[in-house]
Design a protein around this ligand. Structure first.
Ligand code: URP
Ligand code: ZN
Ligand code: ZN
Length: 465
């Protein structure tokens, strides 16, 4: 099968020009002006942007968490991602305490294989790491899982102590792999949660009050310092506030190989969301919590000037009915996480590019290229170039939509609310190719479960490599 995309404006992290793109089977094989070549399918991209498919390196699909399981399956979650212009996710498999990470990887492979609309890869969440199991990190890397996530939060469940974090960072540094850190002081947070509940404070807003920015900054500072001593790169996930960004910048200035992502929820929503009527504040119980709105300008600045490398979603959907409802009488029992896999590209285009906060090249870099480089997917993914996978989004910069759980064009995630309800966006994904196959055709899903394949990732590639 071959596809010719004609007359588009090709934008990568570094280029911006008008040309045609020829795709043979799964790969871009020719780029040039006014190509005259036979193709099975011809797509006219006049007036459209032709950009690399989005890469979302932080998703939780079918993940057991907080006494329930995230509501998107690999089928529904990746299909929604495709609708929104994302063509590759890196999801989190979980190694539970006392068990093998290799077995955990098998479990996650069994969940995803043959079900996804787009390509997928895995990070491994490590919850304990005795000396006897350190070699598993190398074995995971040999299987194409070249990054891990460790938690400083959730004592007794996910939290790793500093010795474990140091051990993992050292091993990753030796192997050329990457540790992702959930940076929050979970021990102190648990004390704050206990005190709040003792005082009868049960409402969703308490989630934010018991997880202050200083405790995220403390976690970031500690993670960055441990990485510095371990001489290893580190990637701070879901950075939400100025206090943590400040720690990141300090570490980068010292020469630490420090990367970080933020997410649309921290750029576009704020702490006042917890004051929504009734129990609706639970929709926004994500971790770290939403912050005071002044943090948003600081995060945009961090994205614009390079301290922050990536915009991921941390898509971690729980329905209000039956899932978030578990915490109706106790905010600490509200499953932590929110939806967003479908909305990222349009939200960031509208509020980033159109609002003049980032330029188009930076948009592509933040939503695709940098993640591809950092997580060992580049140049197969993350760009449009001869030899790259034909993961291509044809994006209509003029199309306007109102994001809503009730809008069948903007909501395909398996969840009963939208975190961005009522947000108007200009700029929307029109057609999506996943390794050369059209999976979204002018807003219609035309793919099938199983189009996507597991991607074995290479070593850590740095953001500016
Ligand atoms: O609220 C969130 N982010 N839930 C998912 C787990 C995590 O820490 O990423
Ligand atoms: Zn986390
Ligand atoms: Zn997460």
């Amino acid at each position: 099968m071959s596809v010719l995309i004609k007359n588009g404006r090709i934008v990568t992290a570094v280029d911006d020009y008008h040309a045609d793109v020829f795709i043979n089977d799964e790969t871009v094989t020719l780029i040039g002006r006014d190509l005259v070549i036979d193709a099975d399918t011809v797509i006219d991209a006049s007036g459209r942007l032709v950009i690399p498919g989005g890469i979302d390196p932080h998703t939780h699909i079918e993940m057991p968490f907080g006494g329930t399981v995230t509501s998107d399956t690999f089928e529904t979650g990746t299909r929604a991602a495709a609708y929104g212009g994302t063509t590759c996710i890196v999801d989190f498999a979980i190694q539970s305490r006392g068990t093998s990470a290799i077995e955990a990887l098998d479990t996650w492979h069994a969940k995803a294989a043959g079900r996804t609309a787009i390509d997928y890869a895995f990070h491994m969440i490590i919850t304990d790491l005795p000396a006897s199991r350190i070699p598993e990190m190398r074995r995971l890397a040999d299987e194409g899982v070249t990054s891990y996530k460790l938690f400083m939060a959730y004592p007794g469940v996910m939290l790793s102590d500093d010795a474990t974090i140091f051990r993992a960072l050292r091993k990753a540094g030796e192997d050329g792999t990457l540790v992702c850190m959930h940076a929050e002081n979970g021990v102190v947070i648990d004390e704050l949660v206990r005190i709040a509940l003792e005082q009868g404070e049960i409402a969703p807003r308490q989630h934010a009050l018991t997880r202050p920015t200083r405790l995220e900054a403390e976690g970031a500072h500690r993670a960055l310092a441990i990485a510095e001593v371990a001489r290893a790169p580190v990637y701070i996930v879901h950075l939400s506030c100025y206090d943590a960004l400040h720690e990141l910048r300090q570490a980068q200035a010292r020469g630490v190989m420090a990367h970080a992502e933020t997410c649309p929820q921290y750029l576009l929503l704020d702490v006042d969301a917890y004051d929504a009527p009734g129990f609706d504040g639970a929709k926004y119980v994500v971790t770290p919590p939403l912050r005071e709105s002044w943090n948003q300008d600081e995060l945009w600045r961090g994205l614009r000037f390079g301290a922050l490398d990536v915009i991921s979603t941390d898509h971690c959907p729980f329905c209000m009915k039956e899932q978030k409802a578990l915490g109706r009488d106790d905010f600490s029992k509200i499953p932590n996480g929110g939806p967003g896999i479908e909305n990222r590209m349009s939200l960031i285009y509208h509020h980033g590019v159109s609002a003049g906060r980032i330029n188009l090249n930076r948009f592509v870099e933040l939503t695709s290229t940098a993640a591809a480089k950092i997580f060992g997917l580049f140049p197969k993914k993350g760009t449009i170039a001869v030899g790259s996978d034909a993961d291509v989004v044809i994006f209509d910069p003029e199309r306007e939509e109102t994001i809503s759980v009730h809008n069948p064009r903007t909501h395909h995630m398996n969840i009963d609310y939208s975190a961005y309800e009522g947000f108007r966006v200009k700029g929307y994904t029109e057609t999506v190719l996943s390794r050369g196959k059209v999976v979204i055709d002018r807003g219609e899903y035309v793919g099938r479960a199983g189009d996507g394949a597991f991607v074995r990732r290479g070593p850590y590639g740095g953001a500016h490599a």
